[in-house]
Design a protein around this ligand. Structure first.
Ligand SMILES: [Zn+2]
Length: 355
């Protein structure tokens, strides 16, 4: 077990992905196919081919330019039922092929009034896509589910409280499986979006409502210096999140609070290094600090469609740059499972069988 870790080992490892955004996880080839279909229908004629519009992974000079890709491009391309369903199914298939066996996929509900899509309908389309894909795989794989997929609904930092309340209301209405026998449901809510948009304190009542309704909470935390003021971080911790995304610029006194409250960390190596959210290379990533702190850590891809590093590659990178043995990599996979909001028994069994 303690031989060097390679890509094949990380690929076979049953993995739990807890930090992946749906729109950012769509492969360029899938976006290209959707773009071609829309062009043939004379739709989105002003949108460039994704192979031109999307830059290589490390070519986003600022975090703001990265978010513009979503607001000005991907969201416009994925603005009808067929595109949303196709994109969701392709994302699930890509995670499955990478050996992900448990997925909490997050998405920000979007309204497209000209298509008759509101937040509730958007989430319904994504859930139908998950169930349709799962059913197809169930028939294909001798009636066994390969990937347990759930949803997290994201509140964008730029939303008004009324919009955030609407997202939380849709999350509450989707806490149960769509049909008997289907596992997929909404497990929690997230705070995401451009970290230069502040403040976020007006959104607190929405997260309180989510907590009161039994939903789990995760938040993007201290992604940039702008969003890492003591006031914002203390505000976010007061929302009782059980997990934090990124957690880059965290002051020492809050590191102690996070440890004492046993809050788990969702850490994304390639995303942070390639988008220059962290200084230096992979070996300088704060994964090393959090791992040594004995907090639960879950490696995640964030936006594999943009950064083009699958979860198996994130495990390989962690092993390479932090000198992890195979048993330590399996331990890291178990750490992610311990931070998951469902599916622990099944994933623990899969990891026991793998070890
Ligand atoms: Zn994220």
């Amino acid at each position: 077990m303690d031989l060097p870790v390679d890509g094949a080992f990380c690929h076979r490892l049953p993995k739990a992905e807890l930090h992946a955004h749906l729109s950012g996880s769509v492969r360029r080839e899938t976006l290209h196919t959707i773009w071609q279909r829309k062009q043939a229908k004379q739709q989105c004629l002003d949108l460039e081919d994704p192979s031109i519009a999307l830059k290589p992974a490390g070519d986003y000079p600022t975090v703001v330019s990265f978010f513009q890709i979503f607001n000005k491009y991907i969201y416009r391309l994925l603005d009808d039922a067929e595109s949303i369903i196709d994109a969701t199914m392709s994302v699930l298939e890509d995670f499955r092929k990478d050996g992900v066996r448990y997925l909490e996929l997050r998405t920000t509900p979007r309204a497209v009034p000209e298509q008759g899509i509101d937040y509730a309908e958007y989430v319904h389309l994504v859930r139908e896509a998950i169930e349709g894909w799962n059913l197809a795989r169930w028939f294909h794989n001798a009636h066994a589910y390969e990937l347990e997929a759930h949803l997290i609904l994201s509140v964008d930092r730029s939303m008004t409280l009324a919009q955030a309340m609407e997202v939380v209301g849709v999350a509450i209405a989707n806490q149960e499986p769509l049909k008997p026998g289907c596992a997929s449901r909404v497990l929690g809510v997230d705070l995401c979006g451009n970290p230069s948009v502040t403040p976020i304190s007006h959104l607190a009542p929405a997260f309180r409502r989510a907590r009161d309704a039994g939903l789990n909470v995760t938040v993007h935390f201290a992604e940039t210096f702008t969003s890492a003021t003591n006031a914002e971080l203390e505000e976010l911790l007061s929302w009782s999140p059980s997990r934090l995304g990124h957690a880059i610029h965290v002051p020492p006194h809050l590191i102690e609070e996070i440890k004492s409250k046993d809050i788990a960390l969702e850490l994304c190596l390639s995303c942070n290094v390639l988008s220059k959210l962290t200084e230096g290379g992979f070996a300088d990533h704060h994964f090393g600090m959090w791992r040594d702190s004995r907090c639960k850590v879950a490696l995640g891809t964030d936006d594999v469609g943009v950064f083009e590093s699958a979860l198996s590659n994130e495990y390989r990178l962690a092993a390479e740059h932090f000198g992890l043995s195979k048993s330590e990599v399996v331990g890291l996979a178990r750490s992610a499972v311990s931070a998951a909001w469902a599916g622990k028994v099944r994933m623990t069994k899969l990891l026991d069988e793998f070890s």
